[in-house]
Design a protein around this ligand. Structure first.
Ligand code: FES
Length: 166
């Protein structure tokens, strides 16, 4: 018996969500990126199985899909944490200590930028200027901004979030 890859995974992907998106958008010319955005909105990332399904339905090579997914930084190919912690490393934030803040956050959570903690609670990301330079250095957690952060604030920010999960 040859099972579909998606059904053999421990964390099974519900491809029905992708099917619904495709039903709505697959006949619209030039809809690849909106489709992938909607897939990511559903799962929090773009599962490999969903990418293959999109390629199949749109009649394009999977390599074209993965080309798009890896070109645009908005797309993520791995599951991300409940809290996305974006450390701005633009020029203003860099000058005001962002590298030290990022180091502290990585050490506190024991992950590197681009990684997610084993419990899937935190993802750390390094981002370019987010347009709030007067508040530098800044960390954005999901939609909440922490302005003029100093290294010693990092533990408090993380502990507050952990307390919400307790
Ligand atoms: S450099 Fe960080 S907000 Fe502009």
């Amino acid at each position: 018996m040859c099972a579909n890859k998606a059904t053999t995974l421990e964390n099974e992907i519900d491809l029905g969500k992708t099917e619904k998106i495709l039903e709505k958008y697959q006949t619209i010319k030039g809809a690849l990126i909106p489709i992938l955005q909607k897939v990511q909105d559903e799962y929090g990332y773009v599962p490999e199985e969903a990418a293959y399904l999109v390629a199949d339905r749109l009649g394009i090579y999977p390599s074209q899909i993965f080309g798009v997914l890896t070109f645009y930084t908005q797309f993520h190919l791995k599951p991300r944490g409940k809290y996305i912690m974006k450390v701005c490393c633009g020029t203003a934030c860099h000058v005001k200590g962002a590298p030290g803040i990022l180091d502290r956050l990585q050490a506190t959570l024991n992950v590197q930028a681009g990684e997610t903690t084993a419990d899937n609670i935190f993802t750390v990301e390094r981002v370019n200027c987010i347009g709030a330079c007067s508040l530098a250095p800044i960390i954005v957690v999901n939609k909440d901004a922490h302005a003029k952060v100093v290294s010693d604030d990092v533990a408090n920010i993380v502990n507050d979030l952990k307390a919400r999960e307790a």
